[in-house]
Design a protein around this ligand. Structure first.
Ligand code: SAM
Length: 226
């Protein structure tokens, strides 16, 4: 099989077009939120800032083509476009894309599109996919990484929730607490598994970062062609 199961995807898409949209649009925004949401907002912003810092330090944003797969409300895409990159931002949720379009100041960059990342095509200097793999199990994540890698001329930037004994325990506790985030399952991925998939695809990890706040944790990989 070459694509993620339609059922997982439908659940995720429906969530980000309904209750998930209301929740994440606020977390990824600037207005008042509760303590947990503020913690997640801070953690997520750290992940975004790491990626923006890589572009700043490399001084290569201008004219660089970027595919931001699962762009959400444009938290990365919009500042990256402002730095001079040519950004193609897409997301499976039309609501998230709609919000991204509203937040953007330049109507032409990023270019926003409603699209399942499995059906993206083209070729980009950098392909980015932040905090999306958490919605898919290992096998499906692996297929998604392979597809994203096929679109990347030189670089693939991914973030995921790492699987280790501590976070497995945290997730078990989290699963027992009722709340809006229970609408979708969260899947953790072993760092060594993600690395192995990337290496098999001909990539090597050049830089990595890790963000952990109380309720947000995300491993960030920059993989480049060997
Ligand atoms: N990458 C954004 C960021 O970091 O600000 C958004 C992260 S949000 C937790 C996950 C996003 O992935 C949602 O906007 C969701 O609609 C999108 N998504 C989930 N599955 C997808 C798929 N198969 N193709 C494209 N987008 C997807």
């Amino acid at each position: 099989s070459s694509t993620a199961s339609p059922k997982d995807k439908e659940i995720v898409r429906d969530y980000f077009n309904s209750t998930g949209f209301d929740r994440w649009r606020r977390i990824y925004g600037e207005g008042d939120v509760n303590r947990v949401q503020r913690d997640i907002r801070t953690g997520h912003q750290q992940t975004v800032d790491y990626v923006l810092d890589w572009f700043k330090n490399d001084k290569n944003a201008i004219g660089h083509t970027v595919c931001d797969a699962g762009c959400g409300t444009g938290s990365l895409s919009i500042p990256l476009a402002a730095m001079g990159a040519k950004v193609y931002a897409s997301d499976i949720s039309e609501k998230m894309v709609g919000e991204g379009k509203e937040r953007a100041t330049d109507p032409e960059n990023p270019v926003f599109e409603v699209k399942d990342l499995a059906s993206l095509s083209g070729s980009y200097d950098t392909v980015v996919c932040l905090d999306v793999l958490i919605h898919y199990p290992d096998r499906e994540s692996e297929e998604m990484i392979a597809h994203l890698a096929s679109l990347a001329k030189s670089r693939l930037i991914l973030s995921f929730a790492p699987k280790n004994p501590y976070y497995v325990m945290m997730k078990k506790v989290g699963d027992m607490v009722p709340g809006p985030s229970k609408a979708t399952r969260a899947y953790l991925h072993k760092e060594s598994d993600v690395r192995r998939v990337l290496e098999r695809l001909g990539f090597t990890i050049k830089r990595k970062e890790f963000t952990a706040t109380s309720f947000y944790f995300s491993r960030l990989f920059e993989a480049v062609r060997k």
